[in-house]
Structures are given as C-alpha cells and as structure tokens.
Design a protein around this ligand. Structure first.
Ligand code: B12
Ligand code: SF4
Length: 552
C-alpha cells in the first residue's frame, strides 16, 4: 500500500488507489427480494448508482475498484490494496457503514464518507477522515482540490447549492457485474415539486426537478448497451414526472433510440399519482416500454393526506387512478404508511379496502418513520416527541417495516402495531395476493410491449421460470393457487404473462417476509403489553452510534 500523508500534504502517490465500498443492507427487508433474486442467479435487486457516479468524478487515471457488499464479500486484501476507501449509503446501511469506517480507520487507511445518510446525520459519521456531503458533483471537486494541495479538511458540504445534473459525468457502469442484479439504475432527474411532510427528497435535492439532457441520458443507455446489458433499467428519479413537459420530449427521443437499437430495454420508475391525469404522458411511457412504477399512496384518508401535505393524492379516487395506469400496460407498486397523527382509531380496514379495490399486488406498507432532515422530524422535535437516537438505525431493522415509529405516537403505539400487523398479514395472505395478481394480470394492457432480449437473457429467464415451477408449483405450499393463477392468466392475457409471472415470483420473497414481519411485530406487541416503556426499539437505536471524534 502506498502511504499518503494528509497532515503534511506530501503525497507519495499522485494516483491513489481508490476502493468504493457499498455497505451491506444486512437486515431482512421488504426491498431485498432475496428469494426472488435466487431464481435468476442475482444477489441483490439494485445497483449502487451513487458510488459509481462519485467514481466518475475522480481523475480518469486514478485506479478504481468497487465492492458492493450486497453481492460480494469485502476482503482484507481489498482494503489492503486501497489508498483511499470511499463509502456511504442510506440509513438502512448505517451500521455496516460505521463498522467499515472503524475497520478502515484502524488500518490507518484514509476513508471518505458521503451519501444521503451521512448528509442528513453527519454527527454519526465523525470518525471518517473526510465527510464529503450533499451532491458530490459540488462537494467532491472542492475536497479533491484541497487533497491535491495537501489541505484536505474534515467536512465538505454542497450546502444550499444544487448540482447542474446536465453536467454530471457518465456513471462508471463498467464497474458493475450486471449478472448480480435484477436491474440497473439510471437517473434522469433529481428533486420533486411536491412537499410531503415525511420526505427528505426536497431537503436533499430540492423542489425544482433538475434534469439531464436527452443526449446525456441516451449516452448513458448507449453505454449500458455497449457494455452488453439488456433488460430492466430502473429510473431512480424521485419523481419521474416532476417536469412533465421535459419528460415528454425525452420520451420521444428515447423511443427513437430504442427503435434504432431494436428495443433492448424496458423501464420502471417512481412517480406521483397525478401521472394518471395525463394521457399523453402515460401513452409516451407506454410507447417506450415502462412496465412498472412505484406510487406513494400513503393513506386512503383525505384528512391524513392533507395533514402530510400530499395534496396531489386528494380529491380523486386513488383506486381509479391506479387502474388507469395499468390500462397503459404499466403495473403499479404502491406505498402506504401507518402511524400518522390524524389516525383516530383503527386504519387497517381503510388501507386493506383500498389495496383490494386498486388490485395492486405489491404494497410497501410501512410504519411512519421520522427520517432525519425532514419537516416531520423538525415538527416532532419542536413537540418534544422524537425518540432519543431517532436517527440511529436500530439493530435488525432494514426499512420502515421494521424500524418505524421512532417518535412518541398520539394513538397508543400498541394499537398502531396491531393495525399494521393485520394489514401485512391479510394483504400478503397467499389467497389475497394471488387474487390481486390475477386481477391486475388480466387488466394489464400489454399490446405495445416490444422488449427483445438476446438468447442468453431468454435462457436466463427460462431458467428462472423453471426454478419457479420447482419451488412454487411443485414443492410450494401454495401450488394450487400458483397453477390456477398461471393457467387463467395464460388464457386471459398471454401477452402479460411475463409480468404476471414476475409478480408471482415476488411472492417467494413476500410470503417469507410476511411470516418474518408478523412474528417480529408480535414480539413488539408482547413487549409493549408487558413493558412500561413501549419504545422497545429505542434501546437498540441508542447503542448503534460510534463515539464521536474529530480525526482530521
Ligand atoms: C433507488 C432508491 C432505493 C432502492 C435501492 C437503491 C440501491 N442502490 O440499493 C430501494 C427501492 C431498494 C430503496 C429502498 C430504501 N430506501 Co432508498 N432511495 C432510492 C433513491 C430514490 C435513488 C438512489 C439513487 O440511486 N440515487 C442516485 C444517486 C446518483 O444519488 P445518491 O445515491 O444520493 O448519490 C449522490 C450523493 O448522495 C453523493 N454520494 C452518494 N454516495 C456517496 C459516497 C461518497 C464517498 C461521496 C463523497 C458522495 C456520495 O454523490 C452522488 C452524486 O451526487 C433515493 C433518493 C435519491 N434521489 O437518491 C432513495 C433514498 C436513498 N432511500 C432512502 C430510504 C430511507 C430508503 C429505505 C430505508 C426506506 C424507503 N424509502 O423505503 C429503503 C430501505 C432499503 C433496504 N433496506 O433495502 C432515503 C435515504 C435517507 C437516509 N437518511 O439515509 C433516500 C435518500 C430517499 C427516500 N426517502 O427514499 N431505495
Ligand atoms: S411526491 Fe414523493 S418524492 Fe415528492 S415530496 Fe412527496 S414523497 Fe417526496
């Protein structure tokens, strides 16, 4: 290893070896689709787009390696190789990131941390040598310049400044091993025009969506294409339709590019429900092969929606809006939250009814979580209701399903937990899930699907299907439901079968996750019943943070 002396600035190596480490999402989570990944030989659904964007901001001749701990093991020799370790991620990766920082600091290797969680809770990451916060397009060049002058400090921030993403570099997609993931992430826009109280996007990325140019975005897709990737590309935008006018223009260019390349990709993204009001936009998304979107529904209750400032979801039939979206061949994954201050009594029936009425199979129902750096967190702090260590990821919690309610609730906590447990138990009961797959799989309009996959990918999908038949159709406890749904869908909507099969495959994960979560909630309910201090996860939270120190 080549030593670099930060104190004196006398670098012995002008081209330091840079190791990018994406920390592990350790806990069982709604999002990791573990069992489903196994079907197609993948290890984790999503790629670390933040880190490969940062890697692209470094001087081109610096040697770079990526280790994504979700798909491979980080070895001592990896750290041994590096002169600088770059790391960071989201709150669900906090414990793994803090442990990594300790490990690297103990070896005397320089560690630079950034990304959303370090940006929102920098005090937790003080042990890293350098905190390069906010959007790296702004903060990293300043750190780099100081580093090259030998004056690198402890903390760099992008502050109120917003990066011009039309100048963002092309992410280092070449660092990814595509076979290890279910899809590859790209980003067209950052920021969202809405202002939901619980959301940190507007704080981290602002309310004015900033977009890449069409040419830049197509350059990224061309790069993926040239690297041999085909299939599912996820636009990780906070709200893909934040600037509808520009998105529509981009979709026209994208369609031309796809035609010229014989339809190598299909897409998913996140969008607000007002997408359903714009037929032109829906038609544009259908024409380029959007097959899935995540929509935040949050609550069926208008009063709750107004209180959380989610005006775009009010004054409409949410189920009708979602149905309209799949009439354009796009299936929806919906998000719900339980635990709002407006809840007067049980909300389980309202949520379950809306889930049934909208036919959405995959619903991310989570407990309200006051993320650091949100309006919600600030309000709860003023009201004196935030848990101590609310921003410390609790042990064993991977998302809002397991780590929610980090504040003193207005309704008895135990009632919220019971409500939540009922929603998970009933909505992911096999009969309910497969019935929704049957309904949405029948309704999905797939006439315009054009994706063409090379033989290697077709064989991979067929292998996955064969494994699904083995695990669900032959060995599975719900094989009756599986075969009935499959046969009916093959008869009613053969064109949509590929997507319906994918939804069925997801139940390998959700079936397991339902059991895990219902049990875990039962433990919390039992503890809350016997324990005078109901904040049973609070103790876990306060132990996770590393001691603060200022190593710079
Ligand atoms: C795609 C996505 C996911 C995907 C997975 C992504 C993956 N690779 O694994 C899924 C859907 C699984 C997911 C889940 C969750 N997510 Co998420 N997710 C996103 C989203 C929408 C895009 C991420 C992305 O690729 N961005 C594009 C890249 C370019 O941006 P970036 O990562 O922020 O990187 C930039 C800077 O942060 C910085 N940077 C990043 N890393 C580093 C490292 C260094 C060293 C430096 C210097 C700089 C730096 O430079 C980059 C360029 O400017 C973000 C919001 C957003 N706009 O980023 C939320 C976001 C990251 N998620 C968030 C959260 C909370 C979650 C969940 C915990 C809860 C939830 N929302 O459901 C779950 C839990 C996940 C789990 N247990 O598996 C929060 C994180 C807040 C925090 N304080 O940590 C975010 C910010 C917004 C949000 N509320 O959803 N997520
Ligand atoms: S619409 Fe989505 S991204 Fe936009 S502020 Fe609301 S929750 Fe955040």
């Amino acid at each position: 290893m080549t030593p670099v002396d930060w104190m004196t600035g006398t670098s012995q190596n002008d081209r330091p070896r840079c190791l990018f480490v994406y920390p592990e999402f350790r806990s069982q989570s709604f999002w990791n689709y573990r069992a489903t990944c196994e079907l197609v030989g993948a290890r984790y659904p999503a790629t670390p787009l933040g880190l490969i964007t940062v890697a692209a901001l470094l001087p081109g001749d610096w040697p770079v390696r990526l280790v994504d701990c979700n798909v491979e093991q980080l070895g001592d020799d990896d750290i041994e190789w590096a002169d600088i370790v770059f790391t960071g991620g989201m709150i669900a990766q906090q414990r793994a990131t803090l442990e990594l920082i300790e490990q690297v600091v103990a070896r005397g290797t320089t560690v630079v941390v950034g990304g959303p969680d370090a940006t929102s809770s920098p005090h937790l990451y003080a042990r890293a040598d350098h905190l390069v916060l906010g959007e790296a397009e702004i903060s990293l060049p300043v750190w780099l310049a100081d580093r090259n002058n030998g004056t690198a400090g402890h903390r760099y921030e992008s502050g109120e400044g917003r990066a011009d993403v039309s100048k963002s570099p092309l992410p280092r997609y070449d660092l990814l091993d595509f076979d290890r993931y279910l899809h590859v992430g790209v980003q067209f826009a950052r920021g969202c025009p809405f202002m939901c109280e619980f959301c940190d996007i507007i704080e981290l990325f602002g309310r004015v969506p900033r977009l890449k140019s069409s040419a830049q975005m197509l350059g990224e897709l061309q790069r993926l294409y040239d690297l041999g990737y085909r299939g599912h590309v996820d636009f990780v935008d906070d709200n893909f339709i934040g600037n509808k006018r520009e998105v529509k223009k981009f979709l026209v260019d994208l369609r031309a590019w796809l035609e010229a390349h014989d339809w190598p990709f299909e897409f998913s993204t996140e969008a607000s429900v007002n997408l359903a009001d714009d037929d032109e936009l829906l038609a544009g998304m259908q024409s380029v092969g959007f097959s899935a979107i995540f929509v935040g529904i949050e609550s069926p209750d208008e009063e709750a929606l107004k209180a959380m400032q989610k005006a775009q979801n009010t004054h409409r039939s949410l189920s009708e809006s979602l149905r309209k979206i799949y009439s354009y061949g796009i299936f929806v994954n919906a998000g719900y939250i339980v635990g709002f201050d407006t809840e007067r009594g049980s909300v389980a029936k309202g949520v379950l009814d809306l889930i049934e009425a909208s036919d959405v199979p995959v619903n991310m129902v989570g407990l309200l979580f006051a993320l650091p750096n949100t309006q919600l967190q600030r309000r709860l702090a003023i009201e004196g209701r935030l848990d101590q260590g609310f921003d410390v990821a609790p042990d064993g919690a991977g998302d809002q399903c397991t780590g929610g309610l980090n504040y003193r609730t207005l309704r008895p906590r135990i009632d919220i937990l019971r409500d939540y447990q009922r929603i998970i138990d009933e909505s992911y009961a096999p009969s309910a899930y497969f019935a929704r797959v049957l309904r949405v799989g029948t309704a999905l309009n797939c006439r315009e699907k054009k994706l063409k996959l090379p033989l290697r990918y077709v064989l991979k999908d067929l292998g996955g299907f064969a494994r699904l038949i083995w695990r669900m159709g032959i060995k599975g406890r719900h094989r009756g439901l599986f075969w009935r749904t499959l046969v009916l869908l093959a008869w009613r909507n053969p064109r949509g079968l590929r997507y319906s099969i994918a939804l069925m495959a997801l139940y390998l994960h959700f079936g397991e996750f339902r059991t895990f979560l219902v049990d875990r909630l039962q433990q919390q309910i039992d503890r809350a019943q016997t324990d005078a201090t109901p904040a049973s996860v609070e103790a876990d939270r306060t132990t996770a943070a590393l001691p603060e120190a200022a190593p710079s």
